[in-house]
Design a protein around this ligand. Structure first.
Ligand code: SF4
Ligand code: SF4
Length: 242
């Protein structure tokens, strides 16, 4: 069983590209055809959602993002990133299957999270926003399929969302770098309040009728104001306690 400290924003500890998994260029072909067996949805505890993933799910389910997260996710502070993490809450009574696996099928296929749309590909995004993909030989699916990377990404809806995923990854890397600073500046009580604001900015403060990216950028500007306000509050508390 995976624990919260095993899974951070980038997925499960030890996950990611293993040695020997080559990166794919746009026209590189790989042999894979999904058999639709649902195997990658069973026993899944490591499915981390980005703010954009949650927004898409919420829009699909016609629920506010926070209600969607409460119904289907676990939330906690990442052990390494120190940022709020959301992952799909596996259904214990169903051998830890994904909560959206229904009758052997994905009930949210059109709005499935990035990790699901990519599978069995992996994606890496650099600090500078460079995106690379690699093939994880999961030994599932049917033989015979030979897709070029670019065609596969387009067919799975990954290409169409890539700019949002890059924006999410790069901004989260910036926040992760800033986390030690605010953890040093804020006492535990005020820090918890700031972490709640962080969760609002990253995941919840969205109107799903409006585009995500502009709201994400606006949320980060709002968050900066919240950080300054809470730092002022912390300084006032410290002065009183001296
Ligand atoms: S969201 Fe859908 S595709 Fe992804 S693990 Fe759950 S059931 Fe499977
Ligand atoms: S990606 Fe693989 S495990 Fe998942 S449904 Fe397709 S064939 Fe099955």
């Amino acid at each position: 069983m995976l624990h919260d400290h095993d899974v951070d924003l980038c997925g499960a500890e030890g996950g990611g590209r293993a040695a020997g998994m080559p990166y794919l260029a746009a026209q590189d072909r790989f042999g894979f055809r999904c058999a639709g067996c649902g195997g990658c949805c069973r026993g899944r505890e490591d499915l981390v959602l980005s703010g954009y993933d949650l927004y898409r799910l919420a829009a699909y389910l016609r629920l506010p993002p926070k209600v969607t997260a409460r119904a289907f996710c676990r939330s906690y502070i990442g052990a390494v990133s120190r940022l709020p993490v959301l992952r799909l809450a596996p259904v214990r009574e169903e051998r830890n299957n994904c909560p959206f696996l229904t009758g052997g099928r994905c009930a949210v296929h059109a709005a499935r999270p990035l990790a699901c749309a990519l599978y069995p590909l992996g994606q890496e995004i650099s600090r500078e926003g460079r995106v690379r993909y690699y093939f994880q030989n999961t030994r599932c699916g049917q033989s015979g399929g030979e897709d070029a990377l670019a065609a596969y990404l387009a067919a799975q809806g990954v290409a169409g969302r890539e700019s949002c995923d890059v924006l999410w990854a790069v901004r989260c890397m910036d926040l992760e770098a800033a986390a030690p600073g605010w953890e040093a500046a804020l006492g535990p009580v005020v820090l918890r309040r700031f972490q709640a604001k962080l969760a609002e900015a990253l995941y919840y403060r969205y109107d799903t009728a409006r585009p995500w990216a502009a709201q994400f950028e606006a949320n980060l500007a709002w968050l900066e104001g919240q950080r300054a306000r809470l730092e002022g509050m912390q300084q006032a508390i410290d002065r009183k306690n001296r």
